[in-house]
Design a protein around this ligand. Structure first.
Ligand SMILES: [Mg+2]
Length: 178
């Protein structure tokens, strides 16, 4: 079960601030694309997300997308965002995360995974000892199997995850991390 617990859960991607990760020694982010940065089905990221990425870059963070989707729409989004990417990742396999680490040039303990799914992003990140951050789905449609099976299991687990790992925003930049 512990493999399915993120290190932290936040109510929005935008609540993740560089300062809280700098404190933890994190230098790079591995980012899920669909329903984390961009609602699945949308062609581009919202301006707030673009600004959020810029804030991290300006603080010296390295960023890389790891996505289970194929090149094409996702590749175009990644190019527009100017981010290196690993596609067809088949998360939670470890290999795509390892590839991302080599692109980023960081060690697992210096790297966080940010994603909306327990069984791909969180599980995959935990298997490699990365710092895992779960965010709510942006609400775009999931793949059918994800919707029918995975999301149902997530719904059962989420109350416990939120009770144990949720980090509440205490206003401007204040966070209480466990
Ligand atoms: Mg996703």
């Amino acid at each position: 079960m512990k493999w399915l617990y993120p290190d932290i859960y936040v109510d929005s991607l935008l609540e993740i601030k560089p300062e809280m990760l700098v404190e933890k020694g994190i230098k790079a982010l591995i980012l899920d694309l669909d329903n984390t940065l961009v609602a699945r089905g949308r062609k581009k990221a919202e301006p707030e997300v673009i600004k959020w990425l810029k804030d991290f870059r300006q603080r010296g963070f390295k960023l890389c997308i790891v996505s289970n989707s194929t090149w094409g729409r996702s590749g175009r989004i990644a190019r527009t965002l100017g981010l290196p990417s690993v596609f067809r990742a088949v998360k939670p396999r470890r290999q795509p995360f390892r590839r991302a680490l080599s692109i980023l040039g960081t060690r697992p303990e210096e790297t966080a995974v940010v994603g909306d799914q327990l069984f791909t992003d969180v599980l995959g990140g935990n298997r490699l000892g990365l710092y895992t951050i779960m965010v709510p789905s942006l609400g775009g449609p999931d793949f059918i199997l994800t919707r029918l099976i995975i999301r149902r299991i997530e719904r059962l687990l989420l109350p416990r995850i939120k009770a144990k790992r949720r980090v509440a925003s205490g206003g401007e930049g204040d966070y209480c991390l466990r």
